[in-house]
Design a binder for this molecule. Structure first.
Ligand code: ZN
Ligand code: ZN
Ligand code: FE
Length: 762
């Protein structure tokens, strides 16, 4: 029998996902000798056997992948047989300059749940149970290749029982890097806010009494700061009106919906009407927060998601979460990021006291250090597919395969909901959600993440991409990177390019970029844009007419200012509709002051923003005149909409670019409302009107530019009512429509767009 030997290089998501044990088991099955090892650019296998066995081995390797693994490339070379006996998992070999795709964090698997919930198991009640198929990854990895010594588990030495599992090829924990048990692994400690304030030092133990006490406190309506996988949560019983109201109060009355963790799928189904696609996202390994339609009488406090017809729900994704529900009387917990509203999530024990002071009554801490802060991810479902809102835990830093080689670039993203993006080989690596770059903590988080990912993926950038807005911190940061060419990318061009890269589209498309704010090439604030673009450039073919917004940035928090801008444009400066709620609910002094500013063009920002248009309508309909978070008025306007009939007229103003004139829309809508149409019907008609504006505008562009593919991007398209109607209208006119699946349509996606545009800029 002639032995042959192959050297197999495997690229893809192959580390931290049980890939080596998997190779080992297949090798045993086909009686293949040799070895497998993690290298810094993937997994390397040398396999020796007769030809037939090798063929079987290779076929099995490709077809029986572990659930979390992904093979992007396989290079097989013949080498000289070396007469190995047996098959081994060898020590990892770093190769300078190369990198491996690192795994994202994985929700606890059902076998591990079995382990820590059964009384006879040695891990009964142990909150840090994991195995090769589940557990923390990105959150604890300090460097690649992914080995225990390069994670924050390095401090914990495995006990004999854990080591035996780790060494046993037949065991589910064979080479599970974060493997631990109550004897040898991380522990928990529960302290009161007073103890934290007095500087008490926590004693970490695996004693199950700690969790008994935590459950008792939650049951009593206390608010707990809980250290999780990627940072702290603030948690309380979601059905306890007093507790949730108090938490909202303490979070400075920010009206943003709280996420809920439900005990299990059945509990989630009692809150929301769960579709099949939503169910598989809820129970999948990534465990995101899924935004779903809430049921009438869902048994949670009204303070959880005021003004929302949807709830963000996730299922437990760490053993600690599962155990918090184990035997508890509550079935749902509020689980919101542990931070003051604008700051990044807290991840370090010693910061928890000072930064969460006044927010939590008790602190449930653990001593496994968090290397990378990762917030919970948020997704919606559109047409049966995932439609992202925020991608962090479970997603970062899994790369987007661009399908072609790219230069090494750092893209800094925008200002709000920021992420950053690095490119290498044929991948775009997106960071987790970083947040709003408006305070030092978030800026520090941005810097940390950039350094971490650069080291991780061995990226030496040849260029740095940034937004055109001169006042964004990321723009200044990009321009400070000495020696690197800085490439400015227009905000809405970046949105559309991100949608193209998301869908693997190249060539020229029509881009519809609708959002709140993006700096235009004319120095004005854009946000209702129709572009013809590819990766290398764009033309602005049309936009919503500019409206004069009084007071610039403060207008974002005060939708009534947008309403006045639109009403004055539609009716002239004398209010033609004085009986609108706005004129009674906003102080008359402020109204006349702003009217005067508009009339004299004092402190006016001209904007074609679609976000401000939605703000205006919400205020005209009396839904909301002031907001506590970005997009609140639009969220509530969408939530209010119901009814199946009617649209309002709109006009085009010819030119290059053409303008969409909504004055007639505003007049018709206002009259409709004042004649007694309910806000719900007017809102629904308004949504349908904007979908028709989009389809008609794309129709105009098709005539001139003979483009038939449309990409929809920008934060406005988080509005599923608008999205679905727009897609429908466009398809009815024969357009091929692309929407996001992999990155968010909001500003969390623009770093990807900047990166692919900068790559095309040579
Ligand atoms: Zn597991
Ligand atoms: Zn152990
Ligand atoms: Fe944007």
């Amino acid at each position: 029998m002639n032995a042959a030997r192959k050297r197999i290089q495997v690229a893809g998501v192959v580390q931290g996902v049980g890939f080596r044990p998997y190779v080992y088991r297949i090798a045993q099955r086909f009686d293949v000798r040799g070895y497998v090892l993690n290298s810094s650019d993937g997994v390397v296998i040398e396999a020796e056997a007769d030809e037939a066995a090798l063929e079987g081995f290779l076929a099995a390797l490709k077809s029986e992948l572990p659930p979390l693994a992904r093979i992007d490339g396989l290079i097989v070379d013949s080498v000289e047989p070396s007469g190995d006996e047996g098959f081994a998992i060898r020590e990892s070999a770093p190769i300078p300059g190369h990198f491996a795709l690192a795994p994202a964090d994985v929700g606890t698997c059902s076998e591990c749940v079995q382990d820590f919930t059964s009384h006879s198991n040695r891990r009964h009640g142990y909150a840090f149970t994991n195995c090769t198929n589940c557990g923390p990854r990105y959150g604890i990895i300090r460097d690649v290749p992914y080995d225990r010594c390069k994670t924050t588990m390095a401090e914990f030495v495995m006990c004999a029982a854990c080591q035996a599992e780790y060494d046993d090829s037949a065991n589910r924990r064979f080479h599970a890097e974060p493997n631990a048990c109550g004897e040898c692994g991380p522990g928990l400690a529960l302290l009161s806010a007073e103890e934290i304030a007095q500087g008490a030092s926590p004693k970490f133990t695996a004693a199950t009494e700690t969790l008994d006490y935590a459950r008792e406190l939650l049951e009593q309506g206390k608010i707990l700061a809980i250290k999780g996988l990627g940072g702290f949560h603030l948690a309380c019983d979601a059905s306890n009106d007093y507790a949730v109201g108090l938490l909202r109060e303490r979070k400075r009355k920010n009206g943003k919906a709280f996420a809920i963790m439900a005990r299990d799928l059945a509990a989630a189904e009692r809150l929301c009407a769960v579709t099949d696609a939503e169910r598989s996202l809820l129970t999948g390994a990534r465990r995101p927060i899924v935004l779903m339609t809430r049921r009438e009488g869902a048994g949670v406090s009204t303070h959880v998601a005021p003004g929302n017809t949807r709830l963000g729900v996730m299922l437990p994704y760490t053993p600690l979460h599962h155990l918090l529900f184990d035997g508890a009387p509550y079935a749902t917990l509020v689980m919101t990021s542990g931070n003051m509203s604008e700051e990044p999530i807290v991840s370090v024990n010693r910061e928890a006291g000072p930064r969460l002071r006044g927010l939590a009554d008790y602190f449930l801490l653990h001593n496994r250090e968090i290397q990378a802060r990762v917030d919970d991810s948020v997704v919606q479902v559109f047409e049966g597919r995932e439609y992202p809102v925020r991608q962090s835990r479970g997603y970062a830093p899994e790369p987007v395969d661009l399908g072609r080689p790219v230069r090494e670039i750092v893209a800094c993203g925008g200002e709000l909901k920021s992420t950053l993006c690095l490119t290498k080989d044929r991948y775009a690596i997106l960071s987790q959600h970083i947040g709003d770059l408006e305070n030092l903590e978030t800026i520090q988080f941005f810097r940390e993440t950039l350094e971490h990912l650069k080291r991780f993926f061995r990226v030496s950038p040849v260029a740095v991409a940034h937004d055109l807005h001169p006042n964004y911190w990321t723009t200044r940061f990009a321009l400070e990177q000495s020696g690197l060419p800085a490439i400015g990318v227009q905000h809405h061009h970046a949105h559309i390019a991100s949608c193209m890269a998301d869908n693997g589209v190249s060539g020229k498309v029509i881009g519809v970029a609708f959002d709140g704010t993006g700096y235009g090439t004319d120095g004005r604030i854009w946000g209702g844009e129709f572009l013809a673009c590819d990766y290398s450039g764009f033309e602005r073919l049309g936009h919503l007419s500019y409206i004069p917004l009084a007071g610039g940035d403060s207008a974002v928090r005060q939708p009534w200012r947008s309403a006045l801008a639109y009403l004055n444009a539609a009716f002239g400066n004398e209010a033609a509709a004085p009986s609108l709620p706005l004129y009674h609910e906003v102080p008359a002094k402020q109204i006349s002051f702003v009217n005067a500013m508009i009339a004299r063009r004092v402190q006016i920002v001209d904007t074609s923003s679609c976000g401000r248009l939605f703000d205006a309508i919400a205020s005209i309909l009396g839904i909301r005149h002031e907001t506590t978070y970005e997009g609140q008025a639009a969220v509530e306007l969408e939530a209010a909409a119901s009814g199946e009939e009617g649209v309002y007229p709109f006009d085009f103003i010819d030119g290059m670019p053409f303008e969409i004139d909504l004055r007639e829309t505003i007049r018709a809508l206002t009259r409709d409302y004042l004649k007694g149409a309910p806000a719900s019907a007017v809102s629904a008609r308004f949504h349908r009107t904007i979908a028709r504006v989009i389809a008609a505008s794309c129709g105009r562009i098709r005539e001139g530019a003979s483009l038939n593919r449309v990409c929809l991007s920008g934060g406005t398209f988080q509005n599923l009512r608008l999205l679905s109607d727009s897609v429908h209208q466009l398809r009815a006119r024969g357009f091929e429509v692309f929407v996001h699946h992999r990155v968010p349509p909001n500003d969390g996606g623009i770093s990807l767009g900047q990166a692919v545009i900068a790559d095309a800029h040579r």
